[in-house]
Design a protein around this ligand. Structure first.
Ligand code: PDD
Length: 288
């Protein structure tokens, strides 16, 4: 099946989809986005992602017809016909002569793409991943899922060049989140993650994991985690739509706990896979 692109209500072959050079997404990063995982041909936590898109749009005062976009997204998923995939949706304030203030004439530009995706590599689940910490130099509206990702891009590149999977942001001595993930630490059997605020993105995966942890009687604290406590964590993990839940076995060059994926990660990961199966009907093939 050829790669399709949804552009402003039309579904086009990839090569025919064009966005004007003065699109405000291109010039100002004046846009928002969502990434939704598709398992067994069905979108996971679809409603939650569109609810966050609605909130992001309201925050940047971008008029979007969410009901229409939901219907169009479902149609595109069916048309593209991929079982294991991600849906990327980006909405910008559209094309206009370059001026910072909102244009009076432009219509939003909405692009959607459904691309093949694989679950995280089994090797990553067995051995875990490495992370490093970086100063959180982002703006104070990180709860908006904005396409303005320059800090995140630089942080991720720094991580990759250091042989790490992810960079974990520290703001004023506290962990906020990863460059493209939420982050979790375990101390004495208690799961900690930073509370939702304007300094981090409220991850959809994060919400699912919090719910699963509570259902499984895992004690959880949505409270600030001080950077100086991180070297003493028994376990560390990161979560996102595309990475699901990954065990972190090394942080800033030091082993986390015994340097192997821990029991709480294993429990939550298993629960998460069961949740995917319950919602999307995918087989439980991958629990390590
Ligand atoms: N990133 N924090 C940041 C900064 C993110 O970019 C993401 C997701 C998350 C996790 O959110 P969720 O669980 O809703 O995916 C947290 C996406 C996947 C991306 O940019 O590709």
């Amino acid at each position: 099946m050829e790669q399709l692109v949804y552009l402003n209500g039309e579904v086009l072959p990839y090569d025919q989809a064009r966005v004007p050079v003065e699109d405000r997404g291109f010039q100002f990063g004046d846009g928002i986005y969502e990434v939704i995982r598709i398992y067994a041909g069905r979108p996971f936590t679809f409603e939650e992602h569109f609810e966050r898109l609605r909130r992001s749009a309201a925050e940047i005062r971008l008029p979007l017809d969410i009901a229409r976009l939901k219907a169009d997204a479902l149609a595109l998923i069916t048309q593209q016909g991929l079982a294991e995939a991600t849906l990327y949706l980006q909405a910008t304030r559209g094309a206009a002569l370059r001026a910072h203030a909102f244009p009076t004439t432009s219509q939003p530009t909405v692009v959607m793409l459904v691309r093949p995706a694989q679950p995280p590599d089994e090797a990553l689940l067995r051995t875990g991943v490495r992370c490093l910490t970086v100063p959180d130099d982002r703006w104070a509206r990180c709860h908006i899922k904005s396409t303005n990702l320059l800090s995140n891009v630089l942080a991720k590149q720094q991580a990759v060049e250091a042989g790490c999977y992810e960079a974990i942001y520290l703001r004023d001595g506290y962990m906020t989140e990863g460059a493209s993930t939420n982050s979790w630490a375990v101390f004495d059997g208690v799961l900690w993650t930073a509370p939702k605020s304007n300094y981090l993105l409220g991850g959809i995966t994060r919400e699912v994991l919090l719910q699963l942890a509570r259902e499984d009687s895992i004690p959880v604290r949505e409270e600030p985690v001080a950077a100086h406590q991180l070297p003493h964590a028994d376990e560390f993990m990161i979560s996102s739509t595309t990475s699901e839940l990954l065990p972190v076995v090394e942080l800033d060059g030091r082993p986390v706990g015994n340097g192997r994926p821990g029991p709480l990660w294993q429990r939550l990961f298993t629960r998460f896979q069961q949740r995917i199966t319950a919602e999307c009907g995918r087989g439980l093939a991958r629990i390590p």
